[in-house]
Design a protein around this ligand. Structure first.
Ligand SMILES: [Zn+2]
Length: 139
């Protein structure tokens, strides 16, 4: 199951449509066994979306979506900023924190996202997060 990957669908309109209701401009999105991308997927984005696919497998899909939505709303109430709330979801912290690591998926422990819940940001994660928030604000 560890080596399972989703089906990648490139040059899709799905992320474009979903971006109209999402707090960020979506480039690629993982839902169920599919990943839709509005262009071509880089290896890093494929890893990011495969991390989400693995999280969904661990929680039988529906439970991951429910926890994802609940965490988003929780952080939104706490931070009052849709983008910051999105980056604080533990599923996203795991995916953004490890998407650059080529060996991450082979070495990943089951339920790795759990350790990000309520954990303080370390120095490196704090810098990456600030950079993303800055970049998304100016675009
Ligand atoms: Zn993500």
């Amino acid at each position: 199951m560890k080596n399972w990957k989703p089906f990648f669908i490139e040059n899709s309109r799905v992320p474009v449509i979903l971006s109209k209701i999402a707090p960020i401009n979506i480039w690629a999105i993982s839902f169920g066994i599919w990943v839709w991308c509005r262009g071509e997927l880089s290896e890093q984005t494929k890893r990011h979306e495969t991390i989400h696919f693995q999280q969904q497998l661990e929680l039988g899909f529906a439970l991951q979506w429910a926890i994802y939505a609940f965490s988003y709303l929780y952080h939104l109430v706490k931070l009052r900023d849709p983008r910051e709330a999105y980056y604080d979801i533990s599923f996203e912290r795991e995916a953004y924190g490890n998407e650059a690591d080529k060996n991450y998926l082979e070495n990943r422990k089951r339920y790795a996202w759990v350790k990000y819940i309520g954990r303080e940001y370390d120095y490196k994660e704090r810098i990456k997060r600030a950079r993303r928030l800055g970049a998304s604000r100016s675009s």
